[in-house]
Design a protein around this ligand. Structure first.
Ligand code: NAG
Ligand code: NAG
Ligand code: NAG
Ligand code: NAG
Ligand code: ZN
Length: 252
């Protein structure tokens, strides 16, 4: 009887896993070509050991150097708010979240390089899907991930100035006021637009204890709502940010 119950359970569980859940990786690989903005330490193995020891076993280890803010990464509130959480302080409950997806690619094509996410775009999302759920992370796709292989295109450089899209101040304030959204992710290097100099979206979200996910790999569309998100930054206790593994769990 006991065995029978276990077998039934395993069958149901594997059926559930193989037919209804899809996991989607939203992190870019971390390697020596990963994009960092000017002045940031790129990912680099500062030491690499790989050999077969005299006793015959294989042995390898590496050490690496990397800036906190580059590649697919997490911004802790402390990054732009002095009394905000550092990476190690962010409660675990906020790292397993409800996913919300907003596709701004067409708008970006229409409005051009300095497109801003507007309050209207968020209101329209709620008109289609109902209110944002508690503990939501909003992923905004501007359609920039397809440029990832070319740093110049991805940053849309004009001399030193970058020109990717981002959140307007008003949209950041709306998100903070919602009290439902706990984090925002974008497929660009920053939630603020590339030409921003005041980083106002970073400041507003940080003051309200939201975190950011930047350079999220958004090559395919996700459902607008009804999926889960795992956000797992490297636990750098005092970090202002960290490389992060993000994946969506979509129930088909
Ligand atoms: C980058 O990594 C690749 C693959 O490991 C390696 O072949 C190449 O030499 C590295 N380039 C630099 C500049 O370190
Ligand atoms: C990468 O690490 C090596 C070994 O420490 C060092 O010689 C090199 O300058 C580093 N490169 C970068 C770009 O940091
Ligand atoms: C990246 O894009 C720029 C601008 O279109 C182009 O000039 C450059 O050749 C591209 N680089 C690579 C490695 O494809
Ligand atoms: C960034 O670009 C937008 C749209 O072109 C413009 O309105 C804004 O003034 C620019 N911001 C800065 C700081 O140059
Ligand atoms: Zn950052």
């Amino acid at each position: 009887m006991f065995h029978y119950t276990i077998i039934c359970f395993l069958l149901i569980f594997s059926f559930y896993l193989s037919f209804s859940l899809e996991t989607i990786d939203l992190s870019w690989d971390l390697n020596n070509e990963t994009i960092y903005v000017a002045g940031m330490q790129k990912f680099n193995f500062s030491k690499q050991v790989a050999s077969t020891s005299q006793r015959g076993y294989w042995y390898s280890f590496k050490e690496f150097c990397v800036a906190e803010h580059g590649g697919t990464h997490f911004d802790a509130p402390y990054h732009f708010h002095q009394s905000g959480w550092k990476v190690g302080d962010v409660p675990l409950s906020r790292l397993f979240a409800k996913g919300a997806f907003l596709n701004m690619e067409e708008e970006h094509l229409k409005m051009g390089r300095d497109t801003r996410l507007k309050v209207k775009d968020l209101e329209n999302w709620e008109t289609r899907n109902g209110k944002f759920s508690e503990n939501s992370v909003l992923l905004v796709k501007f359609g920039r991930s397809k440029f990832w292989q070319n740093r110049t295109l991805y940053l849309d450089l004009e001399g030193e100035t970058m020109h990717f899209p981002g959140l307007s101040k008003e949209a950041a304030q709306w998100i903070a006021n919602s009290k439902k959204i706990i984090g925002v992710g974008v497929d660009t290097p920053s939630i603020d637009p590339g030409n921003s100099t005041d980083y106002i979206a970073h400041r507003i979200l940080a003051e309200n204890s939201l975190y950011n996910l930047e350079n999220v790999k958004l090559l395919t569309d996700l459902p607008e709502t009804g999926f889960d998100l795992v956000v797992a930054p490297m636990k750098i206790e005092e970090g202002t940010g960290a490389a992060v593994r993000i994946f969506a769990i979509v129930n088909n």
